[in-house]
Design a protein around this ligand. Structure first.
Ligand code: AMP
Length: 226
């Protein structure tokens, strides 16, 4: 049975970085609701404007819209063999809709929490910079580029600082996470669907743990089927 790999954890825990590695190495698409909403950036529609304002406030986009976007994106051809969710689900309603979707798509959910001590999260986000060309993620404190503010792979590209990675919005996003998303960890744990990895290490070590969970889950599922 193909898998839906759900990366969970606070904003700044490293979900995006790990989702990119999983995508490259497992050849499954990374579906990031944050990226989908950020791609509306230039759009001049009332809906895009509303989404931008919600993101600037560090709040969550309404469930109905978010769920609909995920449903559409996951029905595309490239997601038929499985996919990686980064930043979804974030509310109980989204978690319920994902279960329904998994049933309809005949897929198995593997939820993996990337655990990082709270006191590191602010710096992880305020220090974050992205390459606008390849999307490589840097951090001015923990993983600086070789040359100031330019991508190691695209020296012509100035790195970008996300609009919602300023300290004020970061604090609101962390509060939103605590209130609305953290309870989902208990929910997945109670269904025995949650695996936890230590996210306070080098990205490759974290990746190896996540890849091992994904492999083991595959074996457990096939063992259950036979
Ligand atoms: P992220 O890139 O995952 O940190 O998401 C950036 C912002 O996009 C969040 O602070 C929310 O405003 C919005 N967003 C991303 N994913 C979701 C989601 N699953 N539900 C609601 N809002 C979301």
């Amino acid at each position: 049975m193909s898998k839906i790999i759900v990366l969970m954890g606070a904003p700044g825990a490293g979900k995006g970085t790990q989702a990119r590695l999983l995508q490259e190495r497992l050849h499954l698409p990374q579906i990031s609701t944050g990226d989908i909403f950020r791609s509306l950036k230039g759009a001049q529609t009332p809906l895009a404007q509303e989404v931008r304002e919600i993101m600037e406030r560090g709040q969550l986009v309404p469930d109905e819209l978010t769920i609909q976007l995920v449903r559409e994106r996951t029905s595309k051809d490239d997601a038929q063999e499985g996919y990686i969710l980064d930043g979804f689900p974030r509310t109980p309603a989204q978690a319920k809709s994902l279960e329904k979707l998994a049933g309809e798509q005949d897929k198995h959910i593997v939820a993996i929490q990337i655990e990082v001590p709270c006191d590191l999260l602010e710096k992880r986000m305020t220090g974050r910079r992205n390459c606008p060309v390849c999307n490589e993620i840097y951090n001015i404190y923990f993983k600086p580029p070789r040359h100031d503010n330019v991508c190691d792979f695209h020296p012509e590209a100035q790195l970008v600082h996300r609009g919602d990675d300023n300290l004020e919005t970061v604090r609101k996003r962390l509060a939103t996470y605590e209130q609305q998303t953290r309870p989902l960890l208990d929910y997945y744990a109670s269904k025995n669907l949650l695996r936890v990895v230590d996210g306070n290490r080098k990205r490759e070590s974290i990746y190896q743990d996540i890849a091992a969970v994904v492999r083991d889950e595959g074996e457990e599922v096939s063992a259950g089927v036979t």
